[in-house]
Design a protein around this ligand. Structure first.
Ligand SMILES: [Zn+2]
Length: 458
């Protein structure tokens, strides 16, 4: 297509609002996703949380051969339960031998529990939590109250650490979504992975080892929705908020993790409008971390879900019991995860907006004052949606659907003052992550690079 023709085409989209490309408009909500979200069961979440509590502790260093107690019994129960949900789920242990170091007090076999639901493409979307627990002497509350300057003193591995909220809640959510997705009968484009990590409490080790392996083996992880402490809505300070969830993500503003966070807010908002997704522009809570950070460290897009209000008395403590969680609140957070993961898994992959040299394919043609966007076609896409915003502020402000094209021009629109992105949309309206056009780092001369002529001696 000539540049003039494509410009005229883009102008046509502007004047007709993009409708020309579609024989009929598709609704913004997919009834299949609504049905899937509606399958999340508060009763089943309650059953899982109650069962997890019975293991007493799931400390990574705890007993692996005591019937009904410790990490060995717990991981086997999770494995068998998830395997029983559907023959479509491929359940396996993702096993590592971690040497003695830091909080790992002896060499230990560590097993993530991985349930894979194959999609049409190998690109992967993860929903995760961590099934290990820990108790620290005095609990998290004493640690916070003291200012947390000293390293925490870890209780004995077999000491009681029921971890119903930390992170039984994330595990219950992950298991329930494994059930709902695998029993939905839907064929997803992306491969879904429901992952229960281990050794989070020893420094995100299960997540980091898996992410490291994925990086090494070029496993295309597109998104990680990590849930850690998502089951309680009653703050230890008395403030209650059962109608929101916090989502943390690593920056900068147009990093893959931030695009994922925006996606969660946009699509969960359509399917679970009663639950507010609060985005926070920092990797995690102050001075604390979770498994999503293990993935971002290896270059994958990942966000961390955290309950609206925390009760530190019930964290890293024998008091992290069933009485401290609200299954109804956890169910809402599970629905938010389900809506985001299903939307993403049904959508085409995000379009590429860089050339072979990694440069953003955006310029000022043809007038020199226009926004001319180009992208590579995504398999399965039948339209694209352009987003833009002022280059000050984190949220997209404008969006426009264009047809099955790979470029668009917004006349007299300055790419210097606006940030642009584009998402792929399929015939049913499923939308991909937004690929942003990242401005190149300044090409100004680096310090020390300026050549100077030696001065003549006087
Ligand atoms: Zn945790």
């Amino acid at each position: 297509m000539s540049r003039i023709a494509s410009t005229l085409l883009a102008l046509a989209f502007i004047t007709t609002g993009g409708r020309a490309a579609f024989a009929q408009l598709t609704p913004d909500q997919d009834p299949q996703i609504s049905r899937l979200v509606g399958e999340v069961s508060e009763e089943r979440l309650t059953d899982i949380l109650s069962k997890l509590e019975t293991f007493g502790t799931r400390n990574t260093m705890s007993s692996i051969d005591t019937p009904g107690r410790g990490i060995g019994a717990a991981r086997q129960w999770i494995f068998d339960t998830v395997k029983g949900y559907s023959p479509r789920l491929q359940v396996s242990y993702d096993t590592y031998r971690i040497a003695k170091q830091g909080r790992i007090t002896r060499d230990v076999e560590a097993r993530n529990i991985l349930a894979l639901l194959p999609g049409r493409s190998p690109r992967r979307i993860y929903v995760s939590g961590h099934y290990d627990t820990v108790a620290i002497v005095g609990g998290q509350r004493d640690r916070n109250s003291s200012g947390a300057q000293q390293p925490a003193t870890i209780a004995e591995p077999d000491a009681t650490a029921p971890g119903v909220n930390d992170d039984g809640s994330g595990v219950a959510l992950t298991m329930e979504l494994a059930r709902v997705f695998s029993q939905s009968g839907l064929e997803f484009d992306a491969t879904l992975v429901f992952m229960c990590h281990v050794a989070e409490e020893q420094g995100l080790m299960g997540a980091k080892l898996h992410a490291q392996k994925a990086r090494r083996e070029h496993i295309p992880i597109e998104a990680v929705l990590n849930n850690d402490i998502v089951g309680n809505d009653r703050g230890g300070n008395g403030i209650i908020d059962g109608a929101s969830i916090r989502v943390y993500s690593e920056g900068p503003e147009d990093s893959p993790s931030r695009e994922l966070a925006r996606y969660v807010q946009r699509w969960a908002g359509r399917y679970v409008p009663s639950h507010r997704v609060r985005l926070l522009s920092r990797p995690d809570r102050f001075g604390r971390s979770g498994d999503h950070t293990g993935y971002t460290q290896y270059g994958f897009a990942a966000v961390g879900f955290r309950e609206s209000r925390e009760n530190f008395t019930r964290q890293h403590d024998a008091r992290d019991t069933f009485e401290g969680v609200s299954p109804a609140y956890l169910a809402q957070n599970a629905r938010v995860n389900a809506a985001a993961a299903a939307s993403l898994a049904l959508a085409p992959p995000a379009p590429l907006v860089v050339n072979d040299k990694g440069q953003s394919t955006i310029n000022r043609a043809p007038s020199g004052y226009d926004a001319h966007l180009q992208w590579k076609a995504s398999p399965g896409a039948s339209a694209y949606r352009i987003f833009w915003r002022e280059a000050w502020g984190p949220d997209w402000q404008h969006e426009m659907l264009v047809g099955n094209t790979t470029e668009a021009t917004l006349p007299n629109t300055l790419i210097d003052d606006l940030v642009f992105g584009v998402a792929a949309v399929d015939a049913s309206g499923h939308e991909s992550l937004v690929s942003p056009y990242i401005a190149p780092r300044s090409t100004a001369v680096e310090p020390g690079d300026i050549k100077t002529v030696p001065q003549q001696q006087p």
